[in-house]
Design a protein around this ligand. Structure first.
Ligand code: T4K
Length: 377
């Protein structure tokens, strides 16, 4: 057993003292949840950081996505199909299904794994109500083309931006595209509030609805107008978010250095493909996906095994496709999205976090590069 473990990621945290200072007032007020002072402050600060019109805070990203699907009420006229990607964390598909919609899977682009707009239009029917693309690994979807299609066919666009905190395209913050965007602040994300999530959008009405739905549908004293749930963030999580937000730019810069080191080591190696951020994009370096082509001489699974023998965890984000999950067996046809299927078999996401030592990146890359020559038994 190797004495040192390098996991796929490691949560960013403020200093113990900084967090204690932030939560100290809670011992004076004993106000722990239900839109407390920290919740309000965090929501306001996110509004500024994400540079969007409205931010609605949630207990996690998944609940946020379910809640926006429910409150946007897109099912008028029996429309219940949402065009989406199977190359994502299962949360995206589950949210669609759990809210009574039917996911219709379109294939992805091989260069950045985001939904391929050219595959969307042929799937639109008179039952389609929305497109739900994912800015997977922080890579921005083709937002212009998706918007054009949506406007032409009168569809809503809800982005799963769980991976895309802090990303900008041509200076425009990512939460400004589509009708709404969901962010995740889970411990494994670029920015975390332990667990947490938010919906960014530009509608005052939606802001009001979301804040009512996340609190049991209560609309005022003695008034409960909706069958809402409970998806409120508590004060300790909000305090963690407030602290982490002070450091997130610095954390992203450190991630950039880690990513550059991976690129230096692995770019140009035959059979390996990496995704470089585009020129007009401010990326957040959320993940480090590597595609193992046949010419490399070792498979993705071989490389994962070699790394694990040395105490290093690469993860198969996203294998299986959500359309292949056991709970959806014989419901969807994974072969209908061949590029996504191929990517799910070839991609390994290598360790990526702000404090990952550059020497450790070199070690990981040496193991990867030597994998074709290593004993697999
Ligand atoms: N949409 C997309 C596209 C998503 O990726 C996600 C979440 C969602 C929606 C839903 O958002 P949330 O409801 O979660 O806010 C993780 C996360 O649980 C999940 O949030 C994330 N996507 C998904 C991609 O990954 P696991 O099962 O891979 O996490 P786990 O526990 O294996 O942790 C991975 C590594 O992270 C560990 O090896 C070490 C490190 N870690 C983990 C935890 C829990 C830490 O350093 N600290 C921690 O507290 O799912």
């Amino acid at each position: 057993m190797p004495d040192k473990q390098i996991l796929v990621t490691r949560s960013s945290m403020p200093s113990f003292e900084e967090y204690c200072e932030e939560i100290k007032p809670l011992w004076d007020t004993h106000w722990l949840t239900n839109r407390g002072v920290k919740h309000v402050q965090f929501e306001n600060e996110l509004h500024d950081y994400l540079d969007v019109s409205y931010v609605s805070l949630f207990v996690n990203g998944h609940s946020a996505l379910e809640c926006v699907l429910e409150t946007m009420d897109m099912s008028a006229g029996g429309r219940n199909e949402i065009i989406t990607t199977p190359y994502t964390f299962v949360s995206t598909t589950h949210a669609i299904v759990r809210k009574g919609y039917k996911p219709v899977f379109a294939d992805i682009k091989p260069d950045d794994f985001t939904l391929d707009p050219s595959k969307i239009e042929s799937l639109i029917t008179d039952r389609t109500c929305a497109i739900l693309p994912v800015h997977v690994y922080g890579n921005i979807c083709d937002v212009q083309e998706i918007q054009r299609i949506a406007e032409e066919h009168d569809l809503k666009v809800i982005y799963d931006a769980a991976h895309a905190f802090g990303v900008k395209k041509d200076g425009v913050a990512i939460g400004n595209f589509g009708d709404a965007s969901m962010f995740s602040f889970h411990a494994t994300k670029v920015f975390n509030s332990i667990e947490g999530g938010a919906i960014a959008h530009d509608s005052e009405h939606l802001a009001e609805l979301l804040s009512q739905w996340r609190n049991f549908g209560i609309t005022g004293a003695d008034h409960i107008e909706y069958v809402g749930g409970n998806a409120k963030m508590n004060e300790f999580a909000a305090a963690m978010g407030i602290c982490n937000l002070r450091h997130v730019d610095e954390e992203i810069q450190k991630r950039r250095k880690v990513a550059e080191r991976y690129f230096e080591n692995l770019e140009g190696v035959e059979g390996l493909r990496l995704v470089r951020p585009k020129e007009n994009v401010e990326h957040n370096y959320a993940y480090m996906p590597v595609i193992f082509e046949d010419e490399f001489g070792a498979t993705r699974d071989d490389v994962a095994l070699m790394l694990s023998r040395r105490g290093i965890t690469g993860r198969k984000y996203f294998y299986p496709l959500t359309s292949q999950a056991e709970c959806y067996e014989s419901v969807f046809d994974p072969t209908a999205t061949p590029i996504a299927l191929d990517a799910s078999r070839r991609v390994l996401t290598l360790p990526m976090y702000a404090d990952l030592a550059l020497e450790d990146v070199d070690l990981i890359c040496d193991i990867v590069k030597n994998a074709p020559r290593m004993d697999r038994n």
